[in-house]
Design a protein around this ligand. Structure first.
Ligand code: T1G
Length: 707
């Protein structure tokens, strides 16, 4: 055998164990090792049955995604799992797969080729391939409907969501759940089957769950309709439906051929490259080069928050959801009551949707202690200030915290734009001060910008990442520049949206071009949701950090002066009904015409392509400046910020990956054109220029810095 797969024997049973930490991926050598074990067991008369099991924390979590990069780049040919699957299924001696952890992708496909599957109670199974822009490529779309039925197979392959062991049992995917020792349970199960001299079922021959034309046709039609909504812009989910449909219409082998073709089409697509980039980038963000390996996170057993407004309340819910007791401080009883009422309403909505029980809601609310004073703050491991954006107020609060908080406590500000170093300087422990920039609604949005100040210690950074993980957030380390990473880039994106309507595009055209591009929402609809008043105040603050005399948006200021703040006032760029549904407002179109005329702007036809380029290239150009100035560690980090905080489509990989996909020379040339047409706002980032001239990419940059 090889070091990745071991073979052992327990009397008449062979045990084949995969040892390829951390997740027993099907890296080169693993399928070969399993095949060798199957052959050896079948060649040994003393052996009556085989157990396939994963060493360490999980069964096989799928193909080795790293290897796909080499196949896509043509560096290597993709190996096929089909011979191994046939060897397992045609084994004259029964094979049981013993599942724990995550039996995903190729791991589940291997298990489905075994005659039986048993699982630990906390195991999960799944076909998450669509999350990587591909579909199952080892007959999963052919065996899954045969075991779990057509509807379940479509649901699993289109959503990519994991299925708990108990549900897998109910669906017929697993034959038995094992309490206690999984291997012992699997052996006992197998010995029963051997003793019963059962006919060991071959999944590929089981057609009883494949349904018929009458039931399947509406099912596939409904699946395609719903995928249009749930998987907007993605191609793989539709390919997965086609592959499962082939299973219901063709023979097993013909179906496998159809799946193979669809799999290869997906594998070599830009979407697959982008989504695989996202898979690794999301795991890379937690790795901070140069962070001292001894930097340990504090233990977070008690938290405290100052400010029970929208952000403070959402942050408190994150602690309660993670089981951490939290003090929530306000200055007046009225504000405190309002804060608690909003939290309670949020939880009730979740209960109404059946995603939380009444008991769990009560438990979480019990963990949130409203207070008007600082009593108890001396016991908090982490204290987060979430009051409105006013430097003097934040300094006052941090000076108070400096006196009250225990040594080693993490002192954090949820500021989204103020200078963290200035806040930290009001304390005698700037090394314990860090920025924790949550995104609204803070109990929902996954992104957490972790802002490193000049004095912030490695321990504080390690603690912030641990806190992010505790709250199931994606923590990204960013530098302390104005607007940090996300907002600093967003200001440019928003600006172009504002300019485009003045220059000739309609409000709806700007938003449609961006949503067609894949953005979750159009920029003007976002402006209305976040509040035009908030945006205008932030821009006035920004103007202090920008070169004077630059062109500024006009219409949005008119809307502000008219009190049209967006959703919250029932009118902004759009007008809104009582359910906050938006409709275009001719009054705004007229206002735009009038304002442009008064400013001497000749409006013109502007196509969707220019709208996307103006907005998205503004993001990219600013992202390049941020990278060059060192306020982000990697281009991939910027991509993860935009996917988790700003609704950028994952299947485009994020703004920096998208730029590489378009080609930096193309982006740079277009930015230069915009500079010539629209002036200083479009000064190309030096890094973009350098990479465009040298044929470089943002993705390779990270690697160059030896990350
Ligand atoms: N290939 C390569 N590396 C992988 C990997 C994989 N499949 N899964 C995880 N890793 C690495 C990951 O990058 C990280 O590395 C470390 O393992 C721990 O991961 C043939 C075509 C299993 C639920 O999509 O969902 O099979 O950062 O931090 O939170 O038809 O990993 O430490 O250097 O995520 O405990 C289908 C992907 C492949 C599963 C564990 N399978 N993985 O989560 O750990 S396509 C997947 C996961 C396929 C077949 C098709 C999760 C996990 P590093 P982690 P975790």
């Amino acid at each position: 055998m090889n070091e990745l797969v071991s073979y052992s024997q327990d009397n008449e049973l062979a045990i084949i164990t995969i040892n390829n930490p951390p997740v027993n991926a099907l890296s080169p050598g693993v399928p070969e090792g399993i095949a060798e074990g199957v052959a050896r067991a079948n060649a040994d008369d003393a052996i009556k049955g085989l157990v396939l099991i994963g060493g360490g924390r999980t069964f096989i979590a799928g193909a080795d995604i790293k290897e796909f990069g080499k196949v896509i780049s043509g560096e290597k040919k993709e190996g096929s799992l089909l011979p191994l699957l046939t060897a397992l299924e045609d084994s004259p001696k029964p094979v049981v797969a013993a599942l724990h952890g995550s039996a995903f992708g190729g791991g589940l496909e291997i298990a489905m080729a075994c005659h039986y599957r048993v699982a630990a109670k906390d195991a999960q199974v799944g076909q998450p391939e669509v999350k990587l822009g591909i579909i199952p490529g080892a007959a999963g779309t052919q065996r899954l409907p045969r075991l779990a039925g057509v509807a379940k197979a479509v649901e699993m392959c289109v959503s990519g969501a994991p299925v708990k062991a108990a549900d897998a049992l109910a669906a017929g995917l697993v034959d038995q759940l094992i309490e206690g020792d999984l291997l012992a349970g699997a052996q006992a199960f197998l010995r029963e089957k051997i003793a019963a001299n059962a006919t060991h079922p071959r999944t590929r021959e089981r057609n009883d769950k494949l349904g018929d034309e009458a039931t399947n046709t509406p099912l596939f039609a409904a699946a395609r309709e719903s995928a249009k909504k749930t998987a907007r812009g993605l191609t793989a989910p539709f390919a997965a439906i086609d592959a499962v449909e082939a299973a219901t219409k063709l023979s097993f082998d013909e179906g496998v051929q159809v799946e193979r073709k669809l799999f290869e089409q997906c594998l070599f697509s830009d979407q697959a490259k982008a989504l695989m980039h996202v898979f690794f980038a999301e795991r890379e963000v937690a790795k901070v080069p140069g962070l001292s390996p001894d930097a340990k996170s504090i233990e977070i057993k008690q938290a405290a928050i100052i400010g029970a407004g929208t952000m403070g309340g959402g942050i408190a819910m994150n602690f309660a959801n993670a089981g951490v007791p939290v003090l929530l401080k306000e200055t007046t009883q009225e504000a405190l009551d309002r804060g608690i009422a909003t939290i309670t309403k949020n939880y009730s909505n979740t209960v109404k949707k059946g995603r939380l029980t009444e008991e769990a809601m009560a438990e979480r609310l019990a963990l949130i202690t409203p207070t008007l004073g600082y009593d108890g703050f001396e016991n908090a491991d982490v204290i987060i200030e979430a009051v409105f954006e006013n430097m003097a107020l934040k300094k006052e609060i941090f000076a108070e915290l400096d006196k009250r908080a225990k040594p080693g406590a993490l002192l954090a500000s949820n500021t989204s734009s103020l200078n963290l170093d200035e806040i930290a300087a009001t304390t005698s422990r700037a090394s314990s001060v860090i920025g924790l920039h949550f995104f609204s609604p803070a109990n929902v949005m996954r992104l957490l910008e972790i802002v490193r100040g000049k004095a912030t210690s490695d321990e504080a950074i390690a603690s912030a990442f641990a806190l992010g993980k505790l709250m199931k957030k994606v923590g990204v380390l960013v530098g302390n520049c104005h607007g940090f990473v996300g907002n600093r880039m967003f200001f440019q994106y928003m600006r172009e949206g504002h300019f485009l309507v003045e220059e000739g595009a309609s409000v709806e055209a700007v938003d449609k071009a961006l949503t067609d591009f894949g953005m979750a929402m159009g920029i003007l609809a976002v402006d209305d949701m976040a509040g035009i008043d908030v945006g205008v105040k932030v821009r006035q603050e920004n103007a202090k950090h920008e070169a004077p005399g630059r062109r500024q948006p006009l219409v949005v200021d008119r809307l502000y002066e008219m009190g049209r703040y967006g959703q919250k006032t029932g009118a902004g760029w759009y007008k809104y009904d009582e359910n906050r549904r938006a409709t275009p407002d001719p009054a705004v179109a007229a206002l735009i015409e009038k304002t442009a005329q008064a400013a001497g702007i000749t409006r013109r036809e502007i196509g969707a392509r220019e709208i996307v380029e103006r907005c998205v290239y503004a993001l990219i150009n600013e992202g390049a400046k941020i990278l060059d100035e060192g306020y982000a560690l990697r281009a991939g980090d910027i991509d993860i910020v935009y996917l988790n905080g700003y609704g950028f489509p994952a299947w485009r990989g994020g703004p920096m990956w998208y730029a590489d996909t378009v080609g930096l020379k193309t982006v740079y040339d277009r930015v230069c054109e915009f500079q010539a047409q629209h002036g200083a706002w479009w000064e190309p980032a030096p890094l973009l220029k350098r990479l465009a001239e040298t044929g470089g990419t943002f993705a390779a940059l990270g690697k160059a810095k030896g990350d």
